[in-house]
Design a protein around this ligand. Structure first.
Ligand SMILES: Cc1ncc(COP(=O)(O)O)c(C=O)c1O
Length: 403
């Protein structure tokens, strides 16, 4: 059976060029020194890390010492939020985020609210899943120390106006002669498709990871603008300037730098290709299958994201039927797909639970072809029809595709 993998928002396959770059630092034959050791093998490992840090900094248009390596997106988000909020406790205790953030942002925010006495404001999104920069500005209070808004959503793929929000925050700081609030963005889903130039985004902290950009899993970056103080989450040997202790994952760091270089170099051409495929896929699903709706803005969305609600059925059942046909998709964020709670992102769009339950995310990637999409388009209508014939749910007409 031919397999069609449409879950690139959860994990991408490792690019063979990335694997090649990592291999020498992974196979344990010659290269295994600890970067903190003073001897030659240790120094070699340290040099490799610094070279990767420099390459990443060039892409982000920042200084190498502003790049900190972590174990992935979750750790970078937690470090940014818990680290900054705790370090700035005496400057203010108000935090701002959005209702559609990844759990790696929402959970540390909620932890600070429930357990450490911070106030939390969650900005709502439009029915198309976009955050209005003015709403962020309006939410800022004199004691606001930190704002975290994602660059692109992991479920519905909507791209947020980060540069505009960053600009408004900078203006607010100037006008109020304040250093705060600081602005963080989670760019895990965006880093394969969008420009990461910090000077254009006006962010103070930025998260991304290897697993979404054809790089290794278990490695991530937190960009921290020089001068920002944060309290570490891990204490130990003082690696990464004391901000993130623990022996560095050298091969992972090399792979992450290579993966970022490649996706950023190829993004213009690959985005064009994916947008054509994405829009064809969306149009054909809505045309061929009644009672379907696209979630998230039609154009302000990642080139690879197709998020559809198939009304009157359960997304999990549809996922399993497609799996049996060798088609791999997702009902939402991979990290929460073990829970049967409806997606907080779909509910944040103002849709009812029944609609949230019938939603599927198809995320395309470098290997996805028009033939793959045509195969899925042939299989989908029959599976949906079969599931609807046995489903007791009937969702109101107003939630069908709005055209
Ligand atoms: C937007 C976003 N943030 C954070 C994460 C968590 O990243 P990691 O799995 O590397 O910890 C993910 C991964 O699903 C994500 O999509």
């Amino acid at each position: 059976m031919n397999h069609i993998y449409l879950d690139h928002a959860a994990a991408t396959p490792l690019n063979p060029q990335v694997f090649e770059a990592m291999r020498y630092f992974f196979d344990g034959k010659e290269f295994y020194g600890n970067p903190s050791s003073f001897h030659t093998p240790g120094k070699e490992a340290k040099d490799v890390i610094e070279k990767s840090r420099k390459n990443i900094a060039e892409i982000l248009n920042c200084r190498p010492d502003e790049i900190i390596f972590t174990s992935g997106g979750t750790e970078s988000d937690n470090l940014a939020i818990l680290g900054v909020a705790r370090a700035l406790k005496d400057k203010g205790n108000h935090l701002i985020t959005s209702t559609i953030e990844h759990h790696a942002v929402l959970e540390p925010m909620i932890f600070l609210e429930k357990k450490e006495g911070y106030k939390l404001t969650r900005i709502s999104v439009t029915e198309d899943g976009i955050i209005d920069p003015e709403e962020v500005l309006k939410a800022i209070e004199p004691d606001t120390i930190f704002v975290s808004i994602m660059m692109a959503n992991n479920e519905i793929g909507t791209i947020q106006p980060i540069a505009e929000i960053g600009n408004l925050i900078q203006k607010y700081r100037l006008e109020n002669h304040s250093e705060f609030p600081l602005f963080h963005t989670d760019a895990c889903q965006a880093s394969g498709f969008l420009d990461l130039d910090i000077s254009k985004l006006h962010v103070d902290l930025l998260t991304f990871n290897g697993s979404k950009i054809y790089g290794p899993k278990g490695i991530g970056v937190l960009y921290i603008k020089r001068g920002i103080k944060l309290q570490p989450l891990l204490f130990g040997g003082g690696q990464e300037k004391g901000i993130r202790a623990g022996t560095e994952f050298v091969a992972g760091i090399v792979g992450l730098a290579k993966a970022l270089e490649l996706v950023q170099k190829e993004k213009v051409k690959e985005n064009e290709r994916l947008i054509i495929l994405r829009d064809y896929f969306i149009t054909e699903i809505l045309k061929r299958i009644p009672k379907t709706r696209l979630n998230g803005d039609k154009t302000k969305r990642l080139p690879n994201n197709v998020h559809i609600s198939f009304l009157d059925i359960e997304g999990e059942a549809l996922l399993l039927y497609l799996d049996a046909e060798g088609i791999y998709v997702s009902t939402g964020s991979a990290c929460t797909s073990t829970s049967l709670e409806p997606s907080h992102v779909i509910l944040a769009l103002g849709l009812p639970r029944e609609v949230a339950h019938g939603s599927l995310r198809f995320s395309l990637g470098k290997g996805t072809t028009k033939e793959d999409i045509d195969t899925v388009l042939e299989v989908l209508p029959g599976v949906v029809k079969k599931l609807r014939s046995i489903s007791p749910v009937r969702v109101e007409e107003k939630y069908w595709n709005r055209g």
